[in-house]
Design a protein around this ligand. Structure first.
Ligand SMILES: Cc1cc2nc3c(=O)[nH]c(=O)nc-3n(C[C@H](O)[C@H](O)[C@H](O)COP(=O)(O)OP(=O)(O)OC[C@H]3O[C@@H](n4cnc5c(N)ncnc54)[C@H](O)[C@@H]3O)c2cc1C
Length: 389
């Protein structure tokens, strides 16, 4: 049930999508019951076996063509999946990264041979994907990366250290952003795939201790003279890495905005629920005019976020989502998510600070949305570039 009065956009009304949605709900009900997810939170990592189960159930690669082992759907299927990940509280399962970010790199930029080699295994859960861009000394400023992938015989030798890598412990398919020509700036950057099973010299570092997203394994990765065959250069042409990353950014940023819009809505719902049931000074918290005004503001903001995200989804499906619009969505909706959750927590009083209440975890989990996938400051830099054009 939705707390908002935003009608489903026409492109989401489809019987096949409804069937898919039911299968996703059933999968999470059966395979991700609350006690299992709680264990993942405690372990700081989703069980690797769950990825295999998801692959077998057709949850991975839903928008990858069937000829490559995928579900043959499109971004609407991923939208449904992400919505259910949030609604069914499977936070930490890095399926948005796997399905909406890394696997599409292979589909869009891989050669035919690479697509056939990797996509079926990414879709059936044999491979869990990660992308390693950030380094201790380079996050927003990606051109400053120091990791190199230098030609050596019939392949490349990778050297460097990455940090903050989502799915870092579980991943066995890592797209590494590296300099194949350190003398060049952006034009010297390439995307090189490391399949960890065969990668001598590859080490996983610490599973980082975060303030939120407890079940997500965010890690350091080290590459010490790791050899990969030349066939692992995505697209088989050096120096195209930056362009390849840039082309995929609108979908990646929309994925973040979409997740934030969904969680904003859930925060409104859980706060309405709590304030209706909690009594203070002989009346329900929701009966105070301040609570009503706050909830009215929260609902309004969540509604605007949802309408804007739907607009962006429509553009993406038509291949028309541009960098400026999606930067606005990523920046504004993630800010709104954080604001709504903060106000919602306030209306919970001290209980809002207790992890057993959903709003508390939402508060911790939401903070990263404003930072990763390009920080909101970078989003504003991108929007500002268009002011005088
Ligand atoms: C939980 C989590 C998961 C992540 N997952 C991944 C992953 O899977 N793969 C990956 O490669 N990375 C990942 N990251 C890294 C993330 O993308 C970076 O943290 C982010 O891009 C910011 O880089 P930074 O941390 O180095 O901050 P910095 O770049 O050092 O920025 C510090 C501050 O300066 C601001 N700033 C930077 N440049 C400008 C500018 N031009 N104008 C104004 N302000 C500016 C930033 O907005 C920020 O507020 C993850 C991070 C976290 C915390």
């Amino acid at each position: 049930m939705s707390t908002l009065d935003v009608p489903k956009p026409d492109f989401m009304r489809d019987e096949e999508l409804a069937i898919f949605e039911n299968s996703v709900i059933k999968f999470f009900e059966e395979h991700a019951p609350p006690e299992r997810v709680d264990q993942w939170r405690e372990d700081g990592q989703v069980e690797r076996a769950f990825w295999t189960e998801a692959g077998q159930a057709g949850i991975l690669g839903v928008s990858i063509p069937e000829e490559y082992g995928g579900g043959g759907g499109d971004f609407r299927h991923d939208t449904i999946l992400l919505e259910q990940v949030a609604r069914m509280d499977v936070a930490g399962f890095g399926v948005s990264l796997h399905n909406c970010i890394v696997t599409p790199y292979v589909l869009a930029h891989g050669t035919e041979e690479q697509k056939q080699r990797w996509l079926p295994r990414l879709c059936n859960g044999e491979l869990v994907a990660a992308v390693a861009m950030s380094e201790p000394g380079a996050g927003s400023d990606l051109q400053a990366i120091r990791t190199t992938a230098l030609k050596d015989g019939n392949g490349y030798r990778i050297n460097g250290a990455k940090t903050f890598i989502s799915s870092g412990q579980n991943a066995d398919f890592i797209v590494v952003v590296a300099k194949t020509d350190p003398s060049q700036g952006a034009r010297g950057v390439s995307l090189v795939v490391v399949e960890t099973e065969q990668a001598e010299g590859f080490h996983r570092g610490r599973k980082l201790d975060k303030i939120g997203l407890d079940a997500a394994d965010t890690s350091e990765l080290f590459f010490d003279d790791v050899f990969v065959p030349a066939d692992n250069l995505l697209g088989m042409e050096e120096g195209r890495g930056f362009k390849q990353l840039m082309q995929e950014l609108p979908r990646e940023r929309l994925t973040i905005a979409l997740g934030s819009a969904i969680r904003a809505e859930l925060a409104v719902a859980t706060t309405i629920d709590y304030t209706t049931n909690r009594k203070v000074f002989g009346q329900r918290v929701i009966d105070f005019q301040n609570s009503q005004f706050k909830l009215a503001e929260m609902k309004t903001q969540a509604t605007i976020a949802r309408v804007f995200v739907n607009h962006c989804l429509g553009l993406l499906l038509k291949g028309q989502l541009d960098t400026t619009t999606v930067s606005m969505a990523k920046y504004w909706i993630t800010e709104v998510e954080n604001k709504i959750i903060d106000e919602g927590l306030q209306l919970h009083g001290g209980y809002g600070y207790m992890n057993e209440y959903p709003i508390a975890r939402m508060y911790r989990d939401a903070r990263i949305s404003r930072i990763f996938g390009g920080s909101n400051e970078i989003m504003k830099v991108l929007i500002a570039r268009t002011l005088e054009s």
